[in-house]
Design a protein around this ligand. Structure first.
Ligand code: GLN
Length: 470
């Protein structure tokens, strides 16, 4: 038992009695025991849950990891923050209930930037996670614990959340597959909210086939999340091999401008030439408003954060300051002591842009520019079926390199943020390593709303050419 197992390997291995469910679960717990001290991918682990009915389910006994901002009833959930220290989830998130029905085994909860704010997992109150390819580098963020857990084979697959790139960017830095579904495809009920109009749960997996399998299990309309959409039932693995000949692939010139590093551009251009060899029509396009995406994102996202984080008052959840003199003191001391620097920065930014007198100049303006960014995508999708480019401008950077400079950290999300602003599905797949850093490079494929089918199909076929063993 020492290979990098995919979902299919586990389901097949159990069916063929190569190993028992408990054995494979224990195999992963042992690996976590050996490696987690160094990598800090997991914040907690669980015990094996036996059940008689699992063999009938699609993900029967597959050991998986869950980002620590998704609720599992009766277990501690921290969202990477001291303010939720020892807080126990009162219920299961909808995705957790769905995964339970699919038969999975939960190995544990993974480390993350505090309240999912960050691009390196350095903003966790519980210490940074390391990139398994080079321990001096970050795994990306905010789902860095989940990405490291998948890349280091400390689980078979993991769930993450993506508000501005937090699944795709760490997938890119760690050399795994990261899928952010269309906004409304997967319920957010039981996901600790960061920015409710942008947050979406998705998967980190070892290959695209597994991403399709996990998506099958977690999608669907949910009465607890009114933004979910009722779509006809569909098996996302069904058409993965249907030829992509003739697929119209848009390449935005803005995604290859001065911000992207040469080593990333080289690999992504090679990926695009592979798509050409597969008889896709590669079309140059322009997304003129993408240069405003980061600015718009930081206003919209921080405004929503200032509202969503108001509930952490030192009374209802987790950490509460002990030496307060009155109610106001409890609020302010608990928030001052419980939140780290990044949530504080964003709450202040968001409160400012929503305040009367500034609302029109910042929040309202940002919403208007957001509409233009969406229109860029709508216009592009009149002529192309998918849009491709780099997932992130660089490969994984060194721990500490950007933590003192939040603005340079924010630029890590330049190619992922527009996808959230437009509510679209996006996937990152590995496409080799950078010539300078020798670290994984991610190739991003963006689709039309609810067209996960096409991005998964293109990603699967490109993966076969780029990483034939997947
Ligand atoms: N890195 C981005 C941020 O800091 C995205 C975070 C996310 O997607 N949760 O906001």
């Amino acid at each position: 038992m020492n290979r990098n197992y995919t979902i299919r390997d586990i389901v097949g291995g159990i069916a063929k009695k190569e190993f028992l469910p408990e054995e494979i679960f224990q195999h992963y717990l042992t690996r976590i025991g050996l490696k987690n001290e160094k990598l800090n991918a997991y914040l907690s682990t669980f015990d094996f849950q036996s059940s008689a009915f699992k063999s009938q389910t699609p993900l029967a006994d597959v050991p998986c990891a869950i980002k620590d901002n998704i609720l599992i009833e009766g277990t501690v959930v921290t969202a990477g923050s001291k303010i939720l220290e020892n807080y126990v989830s009162a219920y299961d998130a909808t995705v957790i209930q769905k995964l339970r029905k699919s038969g999975v085994q939960f190995l544990g909860k993974t480390n993350m930037d505090e309240f999912a704010m960050g691009s390196s997992t350095e903003n966790s109150a519980f210490g940074p996670t390391k990139n398994p390819h080079d321990h001096s580098r970050v795994p990306g963020g905010s789902s860095g614990g989940s990405a490291t857990a998948v890349a280091a084979d400390l689980c078979v697959f993991a769930l993450g959340s993506d508000t501005g790139g937090s699944i795709r960017q760490p997938a890119s830095f760690c050399g795994v597959v990261g899928l952010k579904p269309t906004y409304g495809r997967v319920s957010r009920h039981g996901l600790i909210a960061m920015s409710s109009s942008l947050d979406q749960i998705g998967s980190l997996t070892k290959n695209v086939y597994d991403a399709a399998l996990v998506l099958n299990s977690i999608v669907g309309k949910d009465k607890f999340d009114s933004t979910t959409v009722d779509m006809p039932e569909y098996d996302f693995t069904e058409n993965l091999n249907r030829p992509i000949k003739g697929l119209r692939v848009g390449v935005p010139k803005e995604y290859f401008s001065k911000g992207v590093s040469t080593e990333v551009r080289d690999r992504v251009e090679e990926g695009i030439s592979k798509l050409k060899q597969m008889d896709c029509h590669v079309i140059d396009i322009s997304m003129p408003h993408s240069e405003y995406a980061i600015a718009v994102y930081y206003i919209v996202m921080s405004s929503e954060i200032s509202s969503n984080l108001a509930r952490y008052d030192g009374i209802r959840y987790g950490y509460s300051s002990k030496n307060s003199e009155n109610l106001f003191d409890v609020y302010s001391r608990s928030r001052a002591g419980g939140f780290g620097p990044e949530p504080k920065r964003r709450v202040m930014l968001g409160t400012y842009s929503l305040s009367s007198g500034y609302y029109d100049a910042y929040y309202l303006k940002a919403e208007k520019v957001k509409a233009l960014i969406r229109k860029d995508f709508d216009d592009a999708f009149k002529n192309v079926d998918v849009i491709v480019g780099p997932t992130a401008p660089t490969t994984a950077f060194k721990i500490g390199d950007k933590s003192a400079d939040p603005l340079s950290m924010y630029l890590s999300d330049i190619y992922t943020v527009p996808v959230n602003l437009a509510g679209l599905p996006g996937i990152s797949i590995p496409c080799g390593r950078g010539d300078n850093s020798n670290m994984p490079v991610g190739f991003q494929i963006i689709g039309k709303p609810f067209d996960e089918e096409t991005i998964l199909r293109a990603a699967h076929q490109l993966e076969q050419v780029l990483n034939p063993k997947s």
